[in-house]
Design a binder for this molecule. Structure first.
Ligand SMILES: Nc1ncnc2c1ncn2[C@@H]1O[C@H](COP(=O)(O)OP(=O)(O)OP(=O)(O)O)[C@@H](O)[C@H]1O
Ligand SMILES: [Mg+2]
Length: 399
């Protein structure tokens, strides 16, 4: 490929700051100092294109001359099959037509014939990045699944269950990526339970929510495990007031594009965005504990949500801390279902030792106490719900 100078006009690298760029081809890697200045550049191989999504990478640069044509063609084909693939810029001297055809099947892709100048490379990169930012968020075209988890009363275990559901989904076989979003902006506990850091400051955007794009979402996200990311707000008393409705809904929309599964830990009290967030979910799980007031509150909350959404989406009940008789007689599951006036989707066993180990050590129960009944119960819940067809349709999505 063409020899490239390393001097680039300062403006050329604008917009690349902090973006994760995967570069395939040793000669292109040398560009990190020039047109890619400021970007987080990783050198890689064609095998990394398989299943690569925007959640993992913001841009791919491929030097086609550095790879065997059949291997590269197969890798590009695999990339076109990925969910939300990142934009790709391919360079090379004489690119095979089949490869180009495959590449252009990607929504965001470009070709730069060698030899080319650093300025031409910068312009092509900027064009691709600009195209991504300008692309309308297409949540309605996304086939990601979103489950919202909401507690019927304080302390019913909503955060615990949301964390364990997200963990269980990320540990299923395959490559599906999961995002847990803690929408309790003022005092969310998901980051603490996971021993992770909260890095999403939505207040910084004010009303400029449209500026939130895939790359910003990734900057907000904290990786928890290979296929699980967390989006959570640092503890801040005013956070519910400073995060605009538009910013919250935009984050949800972008997350549904970038991840296969999005799990929402919902605040119990209604916010300006609560109903839209719930209507964009394909399942709403109301978490109750096994006490009469909690069961009655779960029934009332479920009715409220169903009526307010008016889309036919019926929240599902999950009864937490089954078998807990520490504090005197508890209703049986049958009695609980009578109080709820509906069947529960699942029950989750009580295991205080495992729950305490998880929150005190920082990390899911599935990690610290994998044999706990809680883990088994959550796995059953996840498999049962995942096996059902996604209930969301065009009418029940957020507008
Ligand atoms: N199945 C369970 N067995 C034992 N302890 C549990 C179980 N589920 C949750 N807990 C514990 O109950 C406490 C409250 O749980 P959690 O924080 O998940 O509830 P929440 O509904 O999210 O509370 P909040 O209303 O504050 O958001 C935590 O200490 C948690 O470890
Ligand atoms: Mg909570």
């Amino acid at each position: 490929m063409a020899a490239l100078g390393s001097k680039t006009p300062p403006a050329a690298a604008a917009g690349l700051q902090g973006r994760r760029v995967l570069v395939l081809g040793a000669a292109l890697v040398g560009l990190a100092e020039g047109p890619l200045a400021g970007a987080d550049v990783t050198a890689g191989g064609v095998e990394q294109l398989d299943g690569l999504s925007l959640a993992a990478c913001d841009l791919v640069l491929i030097d086609a001359d550095a790879w065997e044509a059949p291997a590269l063609a197969a890798a590009v084909k695999a990339l076109t099959a990925a969910k939300s693939p990142p934009p790709v810029l391919m360079t090379g001297e004489s690119l095979p037509a089949g490869l180009v055809r495959n590449l252009l099947r990607l929504e965001h892709a470009d070709i730069l014939e060698a030899p080319f100048s650093p300025e031409q490379l910068s312009a092509a990169v900027q064009g691709l990045i600009a195209g991504m930012v300008a692309a309308p968020a297409a949540a309605s075209a996304s086939d990601s699944r979103c489950w919202a988890v909401i507690g019927a009363v304080g302390g019913s275990g909503a955060t615990t269950i949301a964390v364990e559901i997200a963990t269980a989904l990320a540990e299923r076989p395959g490559k599906e990526r999961v995002c847990l979003i803690d929408l309790n902006f003022a005092d969310g506990a998901a980051a603490a339970y996971l021993g992770s850091t909260a890095a999403m400051r939505l207040g910084d955007f004010g009303p400029a929510a449209e500026r939130i794009d895939q790359s910003m979402l990734q900057a907000f996200a904290t990786p928890v495990s290979e296929r699980l990311d967390l989006l959570a707000h640092p503890r801040e008393a005013q956070a519910f007031d400073t995060a605009s409705r538009e910013a919250v809904l935009r984050v949800l929309e972008i997350a549904c594009e970038a991840y296969d599964w999005v799990i929402l830990d919902m605040p119990r009290h209604r916010r300006a965005w609560t109903l839209e967030a719930l209507s964009g979910a394909d399942e709403v799980l109301v978490i109750s504990e096994l006490t009469v007031p909690a069961l009655l509150a779960a029934r009332a909350l479920s009715d409220e949500i169903e009526d307010a959404l008016g889309s036919g989406l019926k929240p599902r009940m999950v009864v937490n801390r089954l078998g807990s008789r520490m504090f005197g007689p508890a209703p049986s599951m049958a009695e609980a279902e009578r109080a709820l006036q509906r069947k529960a989707l699942a029950g989750v066993s009580s295991d205080w030792e495992a729950a305490a180990a998880s929150v005190n050590l920082g990390g899911p129960i599935a990690q610290h106490r994998p044999k706990s009944k809680i883990v088994k119960d959550i796995q059953m819940l996840v498999e049962k719900l995942a096996a059902e067809p996604a209930r969301r349709d065009s009418q029940t999505r957020a507008a």
